[in-house]
Design a protein around this ligand. Structure first.
Ligand SMILES: [Zn+2]
Length: 461
């Protein structure tokens, strides 16, 4: 009896949720909708890029600016899975889950449809473009339904089973040329292959290298996020009276803003990486808005799924700001340069040589006064790592060079007074919208409402 009652309550809940599902209306205001997500992008991330001397399209070319609160159903601070789902489906759910209702986390009865799925069902072309792995939380939110965001294989499998026209991002380890072909996708892994794609084709992109940077490093053959965005729009738009839905994510604003050591190792100098990722995303926004303004039938929403780092900018004066400019190379590049010096020497570098290197590259002991505590910390790291390396094995020689570079850049960050207080935060995120009806977005809103509103304005109901 009791089981029966629970069953009927769940069924009633399922019917209620089904009623909330978005349905396309015939009288759409826009033919095309593009949602752009700067993962982890708060107001201060934009401000930091401006302190670095970049004039951002986002900060100068939108007439209106709103703000979004990004909480999830379970937490005031959302993760990317629930934050992405709020923007993809217009519903708040439990952290770590992807595209499943909080009351039905297994998706046993009904899942909230993402706008991508709604668009695909209605004959529109659909695309997902990201600098993250394709099975990362944000692209997953726009394409699949899983209980846990780290079910990577399941996410890739569900993505292969979609009818989407393109899914492009970083290598995810699961999608191969073979299984992509079996599911009707052309597999592309570099810029040349991507550029060769023709409208009407379906493609799975798996790019490698640091293509999230504003300028893609020479050693990578991947396209930049802006190039991916332009090509995706071309493929989705040409000879297509039905319109398209496209999600574009700049994932590395978030990745460069996390506090943990692991993240720091992955994305080196966070300050420089954050600026690079913001500018890379901003370039994509510029390209997309250029298209939308010419097209006249495209709605564009630019926002973030949450802020990352509680990024704090508190330079005391212009001198502190000037310290931001001292560093000319990323932490990765600095480590490579130090390694090269060691290889050329085939021996241990002396402390004076290390001091020279840090002076040349970061202004230490030259334009920047280094107090004795910081010098002692650097010296201790040197003694414990580099000084112990004996000549012979090159691997041994440079094994720990990044530790001293990392500590030195940390000192620079501290002096410039740029802090990351934690990981994700509850800070409001910026909202930019273009097109008719954009004035409805120049106020404070929240993530799920924002998504429902943009789709309402665009004619999805
Ligand atoms: Zn995120």
């Amino acid at each position: 009896m009791k089981a029966k009652r629970i069953c009927s309550i769940l069924l009633a809940a399922a019917v209620l949720f089904a009623a909330l599902l978005p349905v396309c209306a015939a009288d759409k205001t826009y033919r095309n909708v593009i949602i752009m997500i700067g993962d982890g992008m708060g107001e201060n991330h934009l401000h930091l890029a401006e302190q670095y001397g970049h004039t951002l399209f986002m900060n100068t070319q939108f007439d209106l600016r709103g703000q979004s609160r990004t909480r999830s159903m379970s937490h005031d601070i959302t993760d990317s899975a629930a934050g992405g789902t709020a923007l993809a489906c217009g519903v708040r759910i439990i952290n770590q889950t992807v595209g499943v209702y909080g009351a039905d986390p297994l998706g046993a009865f009904v899942c909230p449809a993402s706008f991508t799925e709604v668009a695909a069902e209605h004959g529109m072309r659909t695309g997902i473009v990201t600098t993250d792995k394709n099975n990362g939380a944000t692209p997953a939110a726009f394409s699949v339904h899983v209980l846990y965001r780290k079910q990577y294989e399941k996410i890739s499998q569900q993505q292969l089973n979609t009818t989407f026209d393109l899914i492009w991002g970083a290598e995810d380890g699961y999608v191969t040329p073979q299984n992509a072909a079996e599911h009707g996708f052309t597999f592309v892994s570099n810029k040349e292959e991507m550029e060769a794609l023709k409208p009407g084709s379906r493609s799975f992109g798996q790019f490698s290298g640091e293509f999230w940077r504003a300028v893609v490093p020479e050693e990578s053959d991947a396209p930049s996020l802006a190039e991916m965005s332009v090509k995706a729009i071309e493929l989705l738009n040409e000879d297509n009276p039905n319109g398209f839905f496209l999600m574009i994510e700049g994932a590395h604003i978030d990745k460069s803003s996390h506090r943990s050591q692991k993240r720091r190792a992955d994305f080196d100098n966070k300050r420089e990486s954050v600026v690079d990722a913001v500018v890379g995303f901003d370039n994509a926004v510029r390209a997309v808005v250029d298209f939308a303004r010419k097209d006249g039938h495209t709605a564009v929403l630019v926002t973030a799924d949450h802020e990352t780092g509680n990024l704090t900018l508190s330079p005391r004066d212009e001198k502190d700001l000037a310290r931001l400019q001292v560093q000319k190379h990323s932490m990765n590049t600095l480590s490579s340069m130090l390694r090269k010096q060691m290889e050329e020497r085939q021996d241990v570098l002396s402390w004076d040589e290390i001091k020279d290197f840090l002076g040349e590259e970061l202004g230490f002991w030259r334009s920047l006064k280094i107090d004795w505590e910081d010098e002692k910390m650097l010296r201790d790291i040197y003694e414990q790592t580099l000084a112990k390396r004996k000549s012979g094995s090159v691997k041994d020689l440079y094994a720990d060079n990044d530790k001293i570079v990392s500590a030195a850049v940390g000192i620079l960050n501290k002096r410039a007074r740029v802090f990351w207080v934690g990981s994700h935060s509850a800070c409001y995120t910026p909202v930019f919208v273009i097109g008719a009806g954009a004035e409805q977005f120049s106020h404070k809103t929240d993530n799920a409402q924002l998504a429902r509103d943009i789709m309402r304005v665009a004619g999805y109901r």
